[in-house]
Design a protein around this ligand. Structure first.
Ligand SMILES: [Zn+2]
Length: 410
């Protein structure tokens, strides 16, 4: 087959432009979903795509589809996507590399005057990180019909601002029904966000599965009281329950750490969170995951028991007010096609299970989907020191390019 190559310098320059939009602490990004910085980056992406001759479609959750037409006007597109939002203290490549590789694929096709049979699309999914609005990957999961669109629109950030209102505010509430913009197939390239590839000095992994994960928002409800005169026996302190639970959640992760199980307490909200007053309500967000889906269910049973135990010990009420779970369903034919393409263009690949969640997880339930991982240095991610080496990224981008073009022409 004819081997197409991405333009590494152009990809790098594009990443650098993105790396200045929402710049945080010199080397990182703070580009929360539906913020002004997110809008600025979306505007830049749309402009790049229009300059490359693409038409733009935006759905009701702000997911963006930039289409390069194919020769068969009835054919569904082969899509390449990821996200442009970041964590609060995020890096320049998580998600962004995947979206901009999609754009680079389109630019390479333009450079070479190639018309594929099926259209090719570069896509952006709203709120992948979930750092501003829970759950994460909410817009891609809604696209896949796995989350209710109104539920996503009504999700609120810590300031109480609604997803739907913020989406309208930045001008990215489109009119296309969520999920109506169908794909032939979906490809996502992402940095590994772990150290396996970098440690092994390998450039490409084909993702064959993913750790099953659960996220929960737990609310403990007690009663405000004076911290002085209130007897210990009379207190209903939800923050104490949260502390007890937090330690137990960590233990549940350690119990399965040898098999690479993990658990996290990442977020606490406490009200009124003031000196002198026993708080009334405390919310915790927790996460746990494991390579073996059955063991995740065992972890879940332990978590539920720990929630009840923490509430009883603190004399407060407990409620799980939000729960989400992710596991991908990658397509065997796409995985095989990625292997075949890699072989045809002499690229060395390994196989890997993803530990982080990705937009491709949701999409994999409505379109045949596959993922490619490229290394990030020392596995550092969700951190301003997230870095990639271009020489170790180009092979994966070339695999994406050639696999997508062949799939669009099949
Ligand atoms: Zn990501």
């Amino acid at each position: 087959m004819r081997y197409l190559s991405i333009n590494g310098n152009r990809l790098w320059d594009t990443l650098e432009v993105s790396g200045r939009i929402g710049k945080f602490r010199e080397t990182g990004l703070q580009r929360l979903a539906l913020s002004d910085e997110d809008k600025a980056m979306r505007d830049q992406f749309v402009k790049w795509c229009e300059d490359a001759g693409c038409s733009i479609d935006i759905d009701e959750l702000g997911n963006i589809f930039a289409r390069r037409e194919g020769t068969d006007s009835n054919a569904l597109p082969v899509a390449i996507g990821s996200h442009l939002d970041t964590q609060m203290c995020g890096g320049k490549y998580d998600g962004i590399l995947g979206v901009l590789c999609g754009l680079e694929v389109i630019r390479v096709l333009n450079d070479n005057n190639i018309q594929t049979k099926r259209p090719i699309e570069a896509c952006v999914w709203t709120n992948e990180e979930g750092s501003r609005f829970t759950p994460p990957m909410s817009a891609s999961y809604a696209y896949a019909g796995l989350l209710d669109v109104d539920y996503v629109k009504n999700s609120r950030d810590l300031q109480g601002k609604k997803f739907g209102e913020e989406l309208a505010r930045i001008g990215y509430q489109g009119t296309t029904t969520v999920g109506a913009h169908k794909f032939d197939s979906y490809f996502e390239l992402h940095i590994e966000q772990g150290p396996i590839l970098d440690d092994a000095n390998e450039d490409i992994a084909i993702v064959v599965g993913g750790y099953k994960s659960y996220g929960m928002r737990i609310e403990f409800r007690g009663e405000t009281a004076h911290v002085g005169p209130t007897a210990m026996s009379k207190r209903k302190n939800p923050l104490v329950a949260a502390c007890i639970l937090g330690e137990k959640i960590n233990e549940i992760g350690w119990e399965v750490a040898a098999d690479d199980g993990k658990s996290t307490v990442s977020c606490v909200e406490n009200w009124p969170n003031l000196n002198g007053t026993i708080p009334e309500v405390t919310q915790l967000i927790i996460d746990f995951r494991h390579p073996n889906a059955e063991i995740v269910e065992v972890m879940k049973t332990k978590v539920e028991a720990a929630i009840d135990d923490a509430a009883r010990k603190s004399n407060v009420e407990a409620k799980v007010i939000e729960i989400w779970s992710f596991v991908p369903n990658f397509d065997v034919d796409i995985i095989q096609h990625l292997h075949d393409t890699a072989k045809a263009i002499s690229l060395k690949v390994s196989e890997i299970h993803s530990q982080a969640g990705h937009d491709a997880y949701g999409i994999s339930y409505v379109a045949p989907s596959g993922m490619i991982f490229t290394p990030c240095i020392d596995g550092i991610t969700h951190n301003v020191n997230e870095r990639i080496n271009l020489d170790h990224t180009i092979p994966g981008a070339n695999l994406l390019l050639n696999a997508v073009v062949a799939y669009a022409d099949r």
